[in-house]
Ligand binder design. Structure first.
Ligand code: RIB
Ligand code: CA
Length: 311
């Protein structure tokens, strides 16, 4: 029985690779994609989600646009990483597939309630605004959610948008506070694991050599995307953050995890959006998140290539 998932996303080249991998995997029943404002404004994340589905040969996927801004703070975007379009590096034609007339928040609520008890998995690749707003509007969806697998946060690796905060949490820390405080089973892929999932040049060449539209797009997108991180982190290659979420659901044995208590800083401007992880269990607070902290890098990239080449 395929796992029913919704992918909440702000594409973003790394989001695009995660979405392609999910759409290529029969293990998933992708109920829909819910773009949110993040890497670029909402109109561009919606457009990019449509382009990604079309290059995957999946114009049938439901795309339900979400929130155009965080719950409390002003929107912060990341064109400096992803380019002006949010999907720089490979041009695709303007999409023709439709956009749902349902708002992402209502789509998530309807999908959760129709999925029944623990029937729906949420894969979050972006600021958590849509997810938190759905939980606030309809708390009764919480028992319907099997687990949330999210890219976000950082501990030993610090932050990538401030010294202490990772982008997805920083953009909407209040949403992250609501979601992490929901009591749901949460698997978190923070910078501590995604910074070990850095693109290898040879791998990207193998992707391009497949020659399919999805693989050519992936090579173009990631060749553009990794330039920023190589400048910042050195020539270890760009970290493939969001595909860790999908890869975990496909092959959890590729990762090592530790259950710890995690809370989000929403008071101090100095550390706003930091994920405070009680790594050595000093607080006495019960662990509430399974934090991924290590990865079989070769197995991860082999999985991504094998799946995307199927499209
Ligand atoms: O910090 C990395 C995260 O922020 C990724 O999800 C990337 O796409 C951006 O949204
Ligand atoms: Ca993202």
């Amino acid at each position: 029985m395929p796992r029913r998932i919704i992918i909440d996303t702000d594409p973003g080249q790394d989001d695009a690779v995660a979405i392609l991998t999910a759409l290529a995997s029969p293990e998933f029943d992708v109920l829909g994609i819910t773009p949110v404002a993040g890497n670029v404004p909402l109109d561009k994340t919606v457009l990019n989600a449509r382009k990604i589905c079309e290059v995957a040969g999946r114009p049938d996927v439901t795309i339900a646009p979400g929130c155009p801004r965080p719950m409390v703070r002003d929107l912060v975007t990341a064109e400096y990483v992803h380019g002006k379009t949010g999907l720089d590096g490979y041009d695709l034609p303007d999409p023709t597939m439709p956009v749902s007339d349902r708002h992402a928040v209502d789509f998530i609520i309807e999908a959760a309630l129709s999925s029944g008890h623990k029937g729906l998995t949420l894969c979050t690749l972006a600021p958590l605004t849509n997810i938190a707003m759905a939980m606030v509007k309809a708390p009764q969806i919480v028992p319907c959610i099997r687990e949330i697998v999210m890219m976000g946060g950082g501990h030993f690796e610090g932050g990538n948008v401030t010294g202490t905060a990772e982008f997805n949490i920083y953009v909407d820390p209040h949403a992250a506070h609501v979601v992490i405080g929901s009591g749901l089973p949460i698997v978190m892929a923070p910078l501590d694991v995604t910074h070990k999932a850095t693109i290898k040049r040879g791998w990207l060449d193998r992707v391009g050599a497949v020659g399919t539209p999805a693989c050519l797009a992936t090579e173009g997108w990631l060749s553009f995307y990794e330039r920023y991180d190589i400048e910042r982190y050195g020539d270890t290659g760009g970290p493939l953050h969001d595909p860790c979420v999908i890869a975990y659901l496909l092959e959890p044995e590729l990762f090592k995890a530790k259950r710890v208590h995690v809370a989000v800083e929403i008071a101090s401007e100095l550390t706003m959006g930091a994920t405070a992880m009680d790594w050595w269990r000093m607080s006495g607070k019960a662990p509430n998140v399974s934090v991924l902290h290590d990865i079989d890098r070769d197995g991860f990239f082999d999985l991504l290539l094998e799946r995307i080449a199927r499209l």
